[in-house]
Design a protein around this ligand. Structure first.
Ligand code: NAP
Ligand code: G4F
Length: 373
């Protein structure tokens, strides 16, 4: 079996490439030419996979790749995937996240092999949008819930979602969409809230000689006082000791009251593959069935680093508020559970702990390296 993964350099692409390679697939990954190295997440499997250059907004490159590689399965994970950025770059978001999908579908349609190719599209729970505005654990979203997108990103994803269904109905293409709720990991992009938090914890925990968080510090008289100190003088910085000349920037975040159904990406790529192994194409919600606020994430992440009160470390910064917010996401994966036999393995706490531990480990490694050079 041969597969093409668009978006192989992203979080999900890297896990999916590993999964498919382990299952014996010949894996072809599409990467776009950029001025920096984007292969970090897949460096370890590069010798086992093939990389081709392409961009999903370029219809010619997409159809050339599909015609030359003759894949059995195509996974489209490529997108401008950051919701906040989509408000700043709506046109680019539209071209990549909606237009790119149309390019792939058309390429399949005219490939001469449309009956032989299965297509997976990465749809998103963001499409549910302003479905519920308050946290209510009795409410949830599933395949029958109406969409109410709240951002240029979600609108582009919804257009792509409808295109996939339309190409399935119109041309008989095996095209399915996974409506995936938030999934994170140690490989998550650093501008998504979960990784932003755990990355900051890792950096702070290794700041100043590998010390973990200090709840109590000694003042100049040698007495133990609450840390961090001097916060009234400089609300944006943390100083561990009153005599410190330099501080550490606090963690700047936006809305802490949004609720998300967060799972681990490794579990979610398994669901993608399962959808593609079915006899008939269909759309599936993939979620854990648990919802937590950003505040809950902070509680568990900081607690895992030994801190129970994190207020002094976090600053609310309006620049991270969005023009329109999605307040509450909680998915029901009953259909995926019964039709695909899918269940998540990683719990919310397990996810947060893994991310915190990895980011502390990586920050220490980086520090040790810097001390050597
Ligand atoms: P990600 O880490 O941001 O990865 C996005 C991928 O798309 C990267 O490989 C990126 O390449 C590629 N890409 C961007 N623009 C492209 C273009 N014009 N042509 C070709 N490739 C392009 O996203 P992710 O978290 O892995 O998510 C995978 C997919 O699932 C995305 O479509 C996302 O919208 C969707 N999704 C994600 C979640 C989630 O919680 N993670 C939930 C629901 C749906 P570069 O490395 O070159 O930037
Ligand atoms: O981590 P986020 O940026 O993820 P968001 O917006 O839920 O989108 C992610 O999940 C979607 C699935 O539902 C995917 F389709 C999409 O591609 C992406 O992977 O933000 C989560 C929440 C939001 O409510 C946001 O307002 O965290 C809030 N937040 C608070 N402070 C912040 C911040 N988000 C970010 N990125 N940065 C902050 O400083």
């Amino acid at each position: 079996m041969k597969t093409i993964i668009f978006g192989i350099t992203g979080q999900d692409g890297s896990y999916l490439a590993e999964l498919l390679h382990d299952k014996g697939y010949e894996v072809v990954g599409v990467t776009r030419r950029v001025s920096v190295d984007t292969l970090q997440r897949i460096n370890h499997i590069l010798p086992q996979i093939k990389i081709v250059e392409g961009d999903i907004t370029d219809a010619f490159s997409v159809s050339n790749i599909i015609n030359q590689e003759e894949p059995d399965e195509i996974y489209n994970l490529a997108a401008q995937s950051h919701v906040g950025t989509s408000f700043k770059q709506p046109s680019l978001t539209w071209d990549v996240t909606a237009g790119g999908v149309l390019n792939i579908l058309e390429a399949i349609r005219y490939s001469g092999r449309k009956e032989e190719i299965k297509f997976y599209q990465a749809s998103s729970s963001e499409m549910f949008g302003k479905n519920y505005t308050v946290c209510d654990s009795q409410k949830y979203q599933d395949e029958d819930t109406p969409f109410s997108p709240q951002s240029p990103y979600a609108i582009a994803k919804l257009a792509a979602h409808h295109l996939v269904r339309n190409y399935r109905d119109s041309y008989g293409i095996f095209a399915c969409s996974g409506i995936l709720f938030n999934h994170e990991s140690e490989r998550r992009g650093e501008k998504f809230v979960t990784r932003k938090i755990t990355k900051w914890i890792g950096q702070f925990a290794t700041w100043k000689g590998n010390q973990l968080f200090i709840q109590k510090v000694r003042n100049q008289a040698g007495e133990w006082v609450d840390g961090p100190s001097r916060k009234e003088d400089d609300p944006d910085m943390i100083y561990l000791h009153p005599s410190d000349e330099t501080g550490f920037p606090k963690l700047r975040l936006g809305n802490l009251d949004a609720f998300r159904d967060w799972g681990h990406a490794e579990d979610y790529v398994r669901a993608m593959w399962l959808m593609m192994q079915q006899e008939f194409p269909d759309d599936y919600v993939v979620a854990t069935g648990e919802t937590h606020s950003v505040r809950d994430f902070l509680n568990i992440a900081f607690a895992h680093a030994g801190v129970t009160e994190w207020d002094d470390y976090v600053v609310i910064d309006p620049q991270f508020y969005r023009p329109a917010e999605v307040d509450f996401l909680l998915g029901s994966s009953d259909k995926a559970k019964s039709n695909l036999g899918w269940n998540p393995d990683v719990s919310f706490e397990g996810l947060v702990h893994r991310m915190v531990e990895r980011d502390i480990y990586e920050a220490r490694l980086q520090r040790a390296h810097l001390q050597k050079v």
